[in-house]
Ligand binder design. Structure first.
Ligand code: ATP
Length: 215
């Protein structure tokens, strides 16, 4: 329980929100314990990985008992700062950007899109998913102290916007464009290319069929 969050491997840290969401549901149903098999089926992470992940935060499941839901939840709450909401900006209110704005992140998460930007005169001034769309020219002025941005602009606009975001004080970019953007060392970019993910999934299904694992 007293393990420093920074000591958790990055791949494990990335799965924490997934675990957190499922355990929260279990907890609200009054469930006290869960096996790694149950978790594995629900979050679609193989149970060996789950056992290894959980061992990093001192949760050692017992055979025939599983994991203590309460213990895990309190660990996740602490690690993920669930009491604090992080406001983020979204740049590019096209098809994907609109979908994100309409998706209620806060339901299961501690992030909220607070402001959106676009270059299109038709979109600027409108409201999408309750968020006002500002003109991209006003980015620096309107970002305020936001430090996280979602990038859903066309690939050719990605680098220019990223440069401006960095100058405006952003330290985290979730890049949904296929462009590989360059940023200074202090800025973290997570790149999600949906087309490549889908391709990878199809490839893995073909070449690495999953085996059943028991706890
Ligand atoms: P659609 O074209 O149907 O809106 P899309 O997601 O396919 O959807 P894209 O061409 O990928 O459209 O553009 C995404 C959004 O990014 C659009 O709303 C567009 O107006 C906006 N956009 C394009 N260039 C910029 C830019 N330099 N700065 C900010 N927004 C931009």
């Amino acid at each position: 329980m007293d393990l420093e969050p920074t000591k958790i491997p990055q791949a494990t840290a990335k799965r924490l929100p997934l675990y957190y969401r499922f355990l929260n549901n279990l907890h609200s149903q009054g469930k006290m314990r869960v096996s790694s098999k149950e978790l594995s089926d629900a979050v679609k992470v193989d149970s060996a990985t789950i056992r290894r992940d959980f061992s990093y935060f001192g949760a050692l499941g017992k055979k025939g008992y599983g994991y203590n839901v309460e213990y895990l939840l309190s660990f996740f709450r602490k690690t993920l700062d669930q009491d604090e909401t992080t406001d983020v900006a979204l740049i590019g209110v096209g098809n994907l950007g609109t979908a994100f704005l309409n998706y209620n992140f806060t339901k299961n998460n501690n992030t909220k899109i607070k402001i959106a930007f676009d270059a299109s005169e038709e979109r600027v001034g409108t409201e999408v998913g309750g968020v006002k769309v500002e003109h991209i020219d006003d980015l620096e002025e309107k970002m305020g102290d936001l430090t996280v941005a979602i990038l859903t602009v066309p690939a050719n606009a990605a680098q220019g916007i990223a440069d401006r975001l960095v100058k405006a004080g952003v330290s985290g970019i979730l890049n949904f464009t296929p462009a590989r953007i360059s940023v200074p060392h202090h800025v973290r970019v997570h790149h999600i290319d949906l087309a490549i993910e889908l391709q990878a999934l199809v490839y893995f299904l073909k070449h690495y069929p999953l085996e059943d694992e028991e706890f």
